[in-house]
Design a protein around this ligand. Structure first.
Ligand SMILES: NC(=O)c1ccc[n+]([C@@H]2O[C@H](COP(=O)([O-])OP(=O)(O)OC[C@H]3O[C@@H](n4cnc5c(N)ncnc54)[C@H](OP(=O)(O)O)[C@@H]3O)[C@@H](O)[C@H]2O)c1
Length: 281
């Protein structure tokens, strides 16, 4: 039987060589029997603008793209249509090129995090008290999908307090959502604590009190690495019984949501997380 050419997808960013997305999407395609190709594409802003690079990839027949740093805001600005979650995040990590030539921009980062906490963490958000640390692009992307899961309350704490306060005000929801700097975080255990700062990338800890971690807390760091991050080690040191998870599952989860948008099939993330974990350790 003659095999049709695979549908073309990819991830754009700069740098991009480190990206795990080609591996993750290859594993999804094998798992679900989808005939696709997926490649990492560097957009060097000194050679071509983001908008022109996207036009070119569309002409080359790509059906969709993932967009990573530093282009998530450019991708938001260049989309013809946006999903509600992308609109609220004001950042886009997934493009679907429609048959009419229009670009649909979506943001699957938050859905990936929620899926990971529910599946790997075995922790439904319903009625949970959630502390989010950080108010940058990644946190902006997770709020709408997280609020849709009806947590009991959400407190956002950030180094720049104003950013956390403004972010909290952006959402109209009956769920109590507050924002503050470090010193005004309620000093009592939260059920779910999510570190969305880039402090872990520099091996640093946000200066928050260990009183926010309880025996039953789930402590999540959006960053992932071969070893537990400095934030997860800190949590375990102060509360050995707490549950910890890093952001590898979020990475695979957001990819699964993009795959679903493109192909209409939801891959099983757990075996893929295990395979990628083996490779990075
Ligand atoms: N697993 C995944 O799939 C995934 C996806 C997206 C992002 N991430 C991770 O999420 C993290 C944040 O990414 P982002 O795109 O949101 O970055 P970003 O937009 O640059 O935001 C950075 C955030 O970290 C805070 N921050 C930076 N350095 C800090 C420090 N030394 N101490 C305390 N706070 C600090 C910033 O506070 P100010 O507002 O005060 O500057 C801001 O809230 C990164 O670790 C990234 O790798 C993971």
């Amino acid at each position: 039987m003659i095999q049709a050419d695979p549908d073309k997808y990819g991830v754009v960013g700069d740098p991009i060589a480190h990206s795990k997305s080609p591996l993750i999407h290859r594993l999804f395609a094998e798992q679900t029997g989808q005939n696709i190709s997926y490649q990492a594409i560097r957009i060097d802003s000194e050679e071509i603008s983001f908008a022109n690079a996207i036009k070119q990839l569309k002409l080359e027949g790509f059906k969709g793209l993932n967009i990573t740093l530093p282009y998530k805001v450019d991708a938001f600005e260049q989309a013809d249509q946006l999903t509600e979650r992308a609109q609220l995040a004001q950042a886009v990590n997934t493009y679907l090129f429609n048959e009419n030539g229009q670009i649909l921009g979506d943001n699957t980062d938050g859905a990936g995090l929620v899926l990971d906490i529910e599946q790997q963490g075995q922790r439904p958000f319903n009625d949970q008290r959630v502390l989010i640390i950080g108010a940058g692009g990644a946190v902006q992307g997770i709020l709408q999908p997280l609020l849709a899961k009806q947590p009991g309350l959400v407190h956002i704490a950030n180094r720049t307090a104003k950013r956390a306060e403004l972010l909290g005000q952006r959402f109209s929801t009956p769920i109590p959502i507050t924002g503050s700097g470090w010193q005004d975080i309620p000093q009592e255990p939260f059920d779910i604590i999510i570190n969305g700062t880039s402090a872990s990338l520099e091996g640093k800890l946000p200066p928050i009190s260990e009183k926010v971690i309880g025996r039953h807390s789930l402590v999540y760091d959006m960053m992932y690495a071969a070893e537990p991050t400095v934030f997860l080690n800190w949590a375990k040191q102060h509360q050995p019984e707490c549950q910890i998870l890093d952001g590898l599952g979020m990475l695979v989860g957001q990819a699964a949501e993009s795959f679903y948008l493109w192909r209409g099939i939801k891959p099983d993330i757990e075996p893929v997380i295990q395979q990628v974990r083996k490779l990075i350790s």
